[in-house]
Design a protein around this ligand. Structure first.
Ligand code: FE2
Ligand code: FE2
Length: 412
């Protein structure tokens, strides 16, 4: 083995170790794409994941168009490509072959696929070299396609992907695919758990849960940038908060249908029971063995607390569940940061979503209400971060809709 290759293999092992530390599928895709681009010196890249007969656009990076660590709403674009021979990624998923293209605008006449210039035109980008590689599991099942765009030489000029890069990449992707499958499974597991809560409370749909997870991750990211949190900690917390936020109302599995679905106004006692979903949820993680468990407990318990102390349940005994005595509402920074973030994310989603008893509010109206409640209901710094990622939250809301969410989670 000659030297540069040996160095590259060491790099691959290091990056795979880092990928294995991540839990949420979004964080895994982000990292897989970044590492694949470092290996191939590619300017841009996209990951598509298989969803029934289609490839769903699942992650994008582009150094020329959206560089750095800024939040990028393109990540939440909502589109799919059929798995057939007509597109480059479709061809790769159908045949299981790697497609290597020198110039997307000068495809050979023999190529069965065409190149769709829509993205280039919309963003004034010029796609030249492309490497599309199928993401195959050990069982040879194709779970998606990784598409790398515009390899660069040391001077920054766009060149073709080299033979060495094409040989190295599969070593990385076969292992990265395992991590992606694990992330997809974790998400499916969380959604299944929430499905049980949804049966109880129809407003807690899978789409709501996915959206609250995504808003919370992006608001945290911006909050952490503002607070100067270093990038390693930021990336790790963003990953964990996305999953833990999805579980905010998991305690509703323990509340009776008679209360959750009661068409009339709740009595005081029923309302007290309803509020108890916070403690019940926390109880599920009371023997927290991991960071994710601890964060899930913090969020489940505290997502109805308010910054000014007027929320619930306050300090409660989550071990002795029979005693439903509420404590005095927690105030300010007594409420864990993740819960302060989820409180806002959950309220925003409720405001802008249709419910059986109300029409959705406009995004701007909801933003106004939330800003008015900075310092009373919400942490003012969290409101500032939310305001800064507001445009991404809008993209998230239209990305996960009631219609799309059910077929997008490959369960097996
Ligand atoms: Fe709740
Ligand atoms: Fe909720």
């Amino acid at each position: 083995m000659h030297e540069p290759t040996e160095k590259a293999y060491k790099e691959i092992v290091r990056s795979l170790q880092e990928i294995n530390d991540l839990s949420s599928v979004d964080a895994i895709l982000e990292k897989v794409l970044r590492e694949a681009r470092v290996l191939t010196k590619a300017d841009a890249g996209t990951i598509f994941l298989v969803e029934k007969e289609n490839l769903r656009f699942s992650y994008v990076q582009n150094d020329t168009l959206f560089a750095g660590d800024k939040v990028n709403p393109e990540v939440y674009s909502n589109y799919t490509v059929p798995i057939d021979m007509k597109s480059i990624v479709g061809y790769s998923a159908t045949t299981g072959e790697t497609v290597n293209i020198t110039d997307a605008y000068a495809l050979p006449d023999t190529a069965p696929f065409g190149f769709n210039k829509d993205f280039d035109i919309k963003n004034s980008y010029r796609t030249q070299s492309i490497l599309a590689i199928p993401l195959k599991s050990y069982q040879q099942k194709i779970v998606g396609v990784l598409q790398l765009i515009n390899a660069k030489d040391p001077t920054g000029a766009v060149v073709s992907f080299s033979t060495e890069q094409r040989e190295l990449l599969p070593v990385f992707t076969i292992n990265a695919t395992i991590a992606i499958e694990r992330g997809v499974m974790t998400r499916a597991l969380v959604l299944r758990m929430m499905k049980m809560a949804e049966l109880r409370d129809p407003s807690e749909t899978g789409a709501h849960v996915l959206r609250v997870g995504a808003y919370a991750a992006e608001i945290y990211h911006q909050w952490a940038l503002n607070a100067g949190v270093d990038w390693k900690e930021r990336r790790r917390n963003k990953d964990l908060i996305r999953i833990a936020a999805m579980l905010h109302d998991v305690g509703k599995v323990g509340i009776s249908d008679l209360i959750l679905k009661k068409p009339a106004r709740l009595t005081d006692e029923e309302f007290l029971t309803m509020k108890w979903h916070t403690a019940l949820g926390a109880g599920l993680f009371s023997n927290a063995t991991s960071e994710l468990d601890a964060l899930s407990r913090d969020i489940a318990l505290n997502h109805h607390e308010k910054w000014d102390g007027s929320g619930y349940p306050g300090d409660v005994d989550i071990v002795n569940m029979d005693d439903m005595t509420m404590g005095k509402g927690k105030k300010g920074e007594e409420i864990p940061l993740a819960a302060r973030i989820v409180a806002l994310a959950d309220v925003f989603d409720a405001l802008v979503s249709r419910r059986s008893y109300k029409e959705p509010m406009s995004y701007e109206q909801a933003l106004g209400i939330i800003q008015d409640e900075a310092g009373s209901h919400f942490d003012p710094d969290v409101v500032i971060a939310f305001d800064e990622v507001f445009f991404v939250c809008k993209a998230i809301h239209s990305r996960y809709t009631a219609e799309t969410q059910l077929n997008e989670i490959p369960i097996e």
